[in-house]
Design a protein around this ligand. Structure first.
Ligand code: ACO
Length: 321
């Protein structure tokens, strides 16, 4: 028996912010942003939350899979921008959905979060602990972006994507690898709350996203192809066997670097970051949902999903649709 994605859904905030809009805030230009990143616009929350976006994406994934919220046994939300420290976003989503049976918790592995959550769901189902899972990536990164820093504020967008996973007779996940490199944490970071108690008061060093863009670029272009190769070997597949590579949408030039290093055809790497920017853990499930709804995912197709980000964290999954 395989474990398979049986439904997808996504939700984006209504407000679209173009590169032109960005020039009103910081010293930048549409040409610079497009050339260096491939991004043209992104969706930005005007009140939508990690929970409301995640719940909407879940409803759409459930409908797409032909399932009811009440059937959900495991509900995982990958996010690095939850509204609350407690309760976790997954429990709030559970309440909004009425998924009363589900065990719900969050997982934070930044831009690799959705992939790590999918692997977690796979392990629980494979072990026979739960029969199905809703796996979500949801972010409101606009809360932690420094809107005065042109080198980062142009990159990110808000949104959520979700998948329904269960056992299936055919297809499904064939290989999975995950890696973490905590020694490189300073490359991309953002503090949460400051320490403030009767004995100490330590302000946050980095209350907003801080990034060494060149280091992130070098890491992604070097490690992601190696990690994809590792997952393909595990699945006993080659780069040429793959029909589509659904990669984390950080930057068009990173994706170009990855397909060149892999020796894969560029047309196998769908891109939506031109419209949505970098949505961290939401990037992969939103792109997957768009491809699914456009009818571009056919039964039997071989897909590679790969996420990479702060931590550093990175991973890849090989699956048959
Ligand atoms: N508009 C205009 N100029 C800018 C902007 C901007 N938005 N941002 C930076 N610049 C300027 C810099 O100030 C610098 O000017 P200077 O030469 O006068 O000092 C110049 O452009 C070059 O800056 P660099 O940082 O060297 O530009 P680079 O070519 O490296 O591009 C970028 C920056 C796009 C961030 C690149 O490093 C990159 O793509 N890195 C990957 C980071 C990424 O995608 N992170 C996403 C989050 S992590 C993840 O999801 C995995």
């Amino acid at each position: 028996m395989a474990i398979k994605i049986m439904g997808t859904g996504s939700a984006l905030p209504e407000k679209i912010m173009t590169n032109e809009d960005m020039t009103q805030l910081v010293d930048t230009s549409d040409a610079w942003i497009r050339e260096r990143t491939g991004i043209g616009s992104r969706h930005i929350s005007t009140g939508e939350t990690v929970v409301s976006l995640a719940a909407q994406a879940c409803r759409r994934a459930l409908e797409n899979a032909g399932r009811e919220a009440a059937e959900t046994e495991l509900l995982l939300v990958a996010t690095c921008t939850p509204e609350r420290g407690i309760p976790c976003a997954a429990c709030q989503v559970q309440s909004e959905l009425g998924a009363a049976r589900a065990v719900a918790f969050d997982l934070n592995a930044a831009c690799a979060g959705f992939l790590f959550a999918l692997h977690t769901a796979w392990a629980y189902i494979e072990a026979g602990i739960y029969r199905n899972a809703l796996v979500v990536g949801s972010e409101v990164l606009s809360k932690i972006v420094d809107w005065t820093d042109r080198s980062t504020c142009v990159l990110f967008g808000d949104g959520a994507g979700a998948v329904w996973v269960e056992r299936s007779e055919r297809g499904g996940i064939r290989g999975f690898v995950q890696h973490s490199d905590g020694n490189k944490g300073a490359v991309l970071q953002c503090d949460s709350r400051e320490l403030h108690n009767p004995f100490a008061s330590v302000p946050s060093q980095t209350p907003y996203i801080q990034m060494d863009g060149r280091e992130v670029f070098a890491f992604a272009v070097r490690q992601v192809p190696a990690c994809i190769q590792e997952a393909l070997e595990q699945a006993q597949m080659t780069v040429q066997d793959v029909d589509l590579y659904v990669l984390h949408q950080a930057n068009k030039r990173i994706i170009e670097g990855i397909y060149k290093r892999l020796g894969a055809e560029p047309e196998k790497f769908p891109i939506n970051l031109d419209r949505v920017g970098n949505m961290s853990s939401a990037a992969i499930p939103v792109l997957l949902d768009e491809l699914n709804r456009e009818g571009k995912l056919k039964e039997g197709m071989l897909l590679v999903l790969s996420g990479f980000g702060a931590g550093l964290t990175y991973g890849a999954c090989v699956l048959e649709w």
